[in-house]
Design a protein. Sequence first.
Length: 263
Amino acid sequence: MTYTTTPDGTRIAHQLQGDGPPLVLLAGQANNHHWWDRVRADFHPARSTLTLDYRGTGDSDKPHTPHSTELFAQDVIAVLDDLGIDRADIYGTSMGGRVAQQLAARHPHRVGALVLGCTSPGGPYGIERGDDVRRALAQPQPGAARQALLELMYTPRWLAGHPGPYHTLGDPRMPAHSRRRHLAASDRHNAWDLLPGISAPTLVLHGTDDLLNPTANAALLADRIPGARLHLIPGARHAYFEEARGHAGPLVLDFLTSTSTRP
């Protein structure tokens, strides 16, 4: 575990593993780097992987200051600067995909290839989850809300064969103020006007059965980002990258390899 101190004095924990060109893996809202534990080694035959604990999560500082996806992107840049990495490929899922949009739009010279998974452009054009999903996640019984989230992340068949632990349900050590600030950062994200300016080769991935972040958002992103490719994974829910790792992981690696070898 190593740390970078950002320009505003926040200490960000980050983890670099493997060898090869760097691939930054960005987790979902209110999650730390363990989001990627089940799958990050799948990338190591061709890439090193860099994860971080967002401010408010894991071993990073948890300041009582406003958060935003743009600020999270600035934290990633601070980590890259500290490690001497001029340019990296970026793979962001869920809220991490929103952070990745900010990175690619605002820091184009730092981003090689871009993969956006199970994410949304946000703002007035983003497709919001349904009221039934909101009600399920807002149940007062913690066990019921957790089960609802599990079933939004994974299919029943996969859950039956994988009893846990699960690393995609939120950082259990997050303080309440950090959870609120993460939620606000994700809810306020609006990259619609930025997306046409993204110049990095882009792959958009989404599960066809994702209700947590509706699948229709994938087409919005792919249509808005110049030259973006769209790939939907049949039957997958929000955590497609984990449940469908045998499909999604090689797809991402093939895309990264094809972009790095372009003339």
